[in-house]
Design a binder for this molecule. Structure first.
Ligand SMILES: *Cc1c(COP(=O)(O)O)cnc(C)c1O
Length: 429
């Protein structure tokens, strides 16, 4: 078998291959379902590009103020159409997901307003943006308050306390779709819709903003299809398709986007300025590829869940659960397990495969952390990447993979490293 031989040349043993082949065979139907979602989303993106009459003139860059940047304006129309919003802000000047969320929040809030999260604590970086952790320049310093209600133990919305928390100052509700690195379940678009309906039933004028990071194209609908006033995300995650070198997006209600734009640039200038500097083509092409890229990443996550579950490790989500984002957690229970897994992911990378990742003290973490990434775009987490804090329960979080075959190689390599170290024995089950 040529394929077996090729895997052999990359260092994957027959034992690891045999063990994982069986797992892969059992996932055939799930992979078919993922391909169907990708097919639908591919059509959705093509339709949006056709309706916006995308042409190669849109790939030309502008400099300076960037007045009349047709590529930028048309890309924003494409995003608005694909994600079913009235308008969009899609810019290389939005330097990350955190920045896009900051702009959406700060643009739409005024002193005395309150942000409300009905799904528990938001993503780590937002704690300083909002001022949950005191930080210079936080929204708290501008007189904007924050309130949250956690999910119930079983993962349900705590409707009773949500009703109580909504008050006269509540201006914006922040709903995070992905669990991120928390332990709560990721929300499906359907559940986000139910939550928004409930909130709008109490206060129809409140702005419902969804942090859509890691969720784009995992389902055939997005939160804007179920009542969200704004969805916000990063272009070095799902919608950038691995090609966007930088950027963030905000899609939604026209007035919300306008206020965000006045915050991003300047009052009076808004969306009219902001040179695209020649990155437009990669933003278009990345969005075009995103549905299949996300499908590959999802297959990788589900494959890993099933492989490691079969070996007796605890995995979140488990091997059978439906998926609403591309993040997979695996608990190894030992530092060595986490380290070997990350070494495997690194060794399978197209870039920096020769590097051995090591646990290190990182700003913002209270323990050493090991990170594996061999990415074309620095920090891109739609590319195959993993990180694990070296502390109990010794879990590793991983996500991405621009192609299913790369994601698969990463998992095989991780298993090989664990097997070589005598931590697991695939085949002896
Ligand atoms: C990644 C992420 C962010 C922040 O995005 P950055 O691009 O890393 O700043 C915010 N929220 C969630 C849920 C995320 O996954």
């Amino acid at each position: 078998m040529e394929l077996t031989e090729m895997y052999g040349q990359l260092g994957i043993s027959g034992q690891v291959l045999q063990f994982t082949e069986e797992v892969e065979r059992s996932l055939k139907e799930r992979f078919q379902a993922i391909d169907q979602v990708a097919e639908y989303n591919q059509l959705k993106v093509i339709k949006a590009m056709q309706e916006a009459r995308v042409s190669d003139i849109h790939f030309a860059g502008t400099t300076g103020y960037g007045y009349n940047d047709m590529g930028r304006d048309t890309l924003e129309e494409v995003y608005a159409r694909a994600f079913h919003g009235e308008d969009a802000l899609v810019r290389p000047q939005l330097i990350s997901g955190t920045h896009a969320l900051t702009v959406a929040l700060a643009g739409n809030l005024r002193p005395g307003d309150e942000i409300f999260s009905p799904v528990g604590k938001p993503y780590d970086t937002l704690e300083e943006v909002i001022g949950i952790r005191d930080s210079v320049g936080s929204l708290k310093e501008y007189g904007i308050t924050y309130r949250q209600v956690d999910l119930l133990e079983n993962g349900d919305f705590d409707y009773e306390n949500i009703r109580k928390a909504i008050n006269g100052n509540t201006k914006l509700v922040e709903i995070q779709r992905s669990k991120g690195y928390a332990t709560r379940p990721t929300l499906s678009v359907k559940r986000i819709g139910e939550l928004i309906s409930f909130i709008k039933g109490i206060r129809p004028d409140v702005i419902c903003m969804v942090d859509n990071c890691y969720g784009e194209f995992v389902e055939t609908t997005e939160p804007t299809d179920v009542g969200a006033d704004m969805i916000v995300g990063s272009l070095i995650k799902n919608p950038g398709g691995g090609l966007a070198p930088i950027g963030g997006y905000i899609v939604g209600r026209k007035d919300c986007i306008e206020r965000a734009a006045y915050r991003l640039t300047a009052p009076g200038l808004g969306k009219e300025v902001g040179a695209s500097l020649g990155v437009s083509q990669s933003l278009y092409q990345g969005l075009f590829l995103a549905p299949t890229v996300v499908a590959g990443a999802l297959k990788g996550a589900i494959f890993a869940a099933n492989v490691y579950e079969k070996l007796g490790f605890s995995v979140v989500p488990n091997g059978r659960e439906s998926r609403h984002d591309i993040i997979q957690a695996i608990t190894f229970g030992t530092a060595e397990g986490v380290i070997k897994f990350c070494e495997g992911i690194q060794a399978a990378a197209p870039v920096d495969s020769f590097v051995t990742p090591e646990p290190w003290a990182m700003p913002g973490y209270d323990s050493d952390v090991i990170m594996a990434a061999g990415a074309f775009v620095q920090g891109s987490s739609i590319e195959l990447s993993a990180d694990g804090p070296i502390k109990p329960p010794y879990a590793v979080y991983f996500q991405g993979g621009l192609t299913w075959y790369h994601a698969k190689l990463g998992i095989l390599m991780s298993l090989q490293k664990l097997s070589d170290a005598g931590i697991v024995f695939p085949g002896k089950m």
